[in-house]
Design a protein. Sequence first.
Lengths: 138, 138
Amino acid sequence: MKTGAPDDALRDAGLRATRQRLTVLDALRERPDAVTAQDLHMELRQAGEPIGLTTVYRTLTSLAEASFLDVFNREGEQAFRLCGDIHHHHLVCETCNKVEEIAAAEVERWVNEVAERRGYEVTGHRADIFGICADCRL
Amino acid sequence: MKTGAPDDALRDAGLRATRQRLTVLDALRERPDAVTAQDLHMELRQAGEPIGLTTVYRTLTSLAEASFLDVFNREGEQAFRLCGDIHHHHLVCETCNKVEEIAAAEVERWVNEVAERRGYEVTGHRADIFGICADCRL
DNA sequence: GTTGTTGCAAAGAATTTGCAACATA
DNA sequence: TATGTTGCAAATTCTTTGCAACAAC
């Protein structure tokens, strides 16, 4: 029994701990990159996990709504990734799709300044960096 | 004959200046906000412009590929907006969808610092602020 | 036992493609 | 006139929904 029981997130989200949902959560825990519902479903099926595409979609959507996942809108589709904190930014490797979280105090400062100067009430912001990680540059 | 002839962009992109493409470009010039192919098509048709949805999609895609438009991936669909410079950031009003461009020297500095610290070769970044503009707050 | 969950099949929405008619250079 | 462009209809792709069988609490 390890810390951070696999179904804590589900309980917290008011979702029943079904085999399928646990499977999805486990898969997400092992990836540093963001996945698509389609891709995740295919991988799980290939790994022998019996789970329907619909369920993958529903599980990812529920977890994202409960703020357990980050949602990335790639062209045409959306990718999901486990996230700890509510607020953070990302460093994304465009080659392997790995996503690292980054702190951004500087950005927050800049956001507030700009918004105030232009008369906006801030409701959110995003600041992501795209690049090629050290491993992929080898 | 005004400066910045409406079809300069098309010429530059190696595209023929057809009535439809000029119509799309004109429409884009009048909007400070990003539009969806579907929405733009509907508006043009309602305005009596004979143009097909397929053509709107193709025109927007071509212009975006030629860097004349910015592409915003909203959930499920993508919105386009005319852009002058290759690089800039945005202040987006979530109520009226207006998009203002903002300078972000501070952000550029932050981007380079973070990337270097983590061993990434920067290929791009994005920094947008979402909020409610002064007009919409009245 | 209740009530939430699953997953198939079908519906939907956004976008792309085949192809014959047509406009631009 | 030669080649790029249009637009309809049909095909694709991602995502959602209806609903009956089923699993969690």
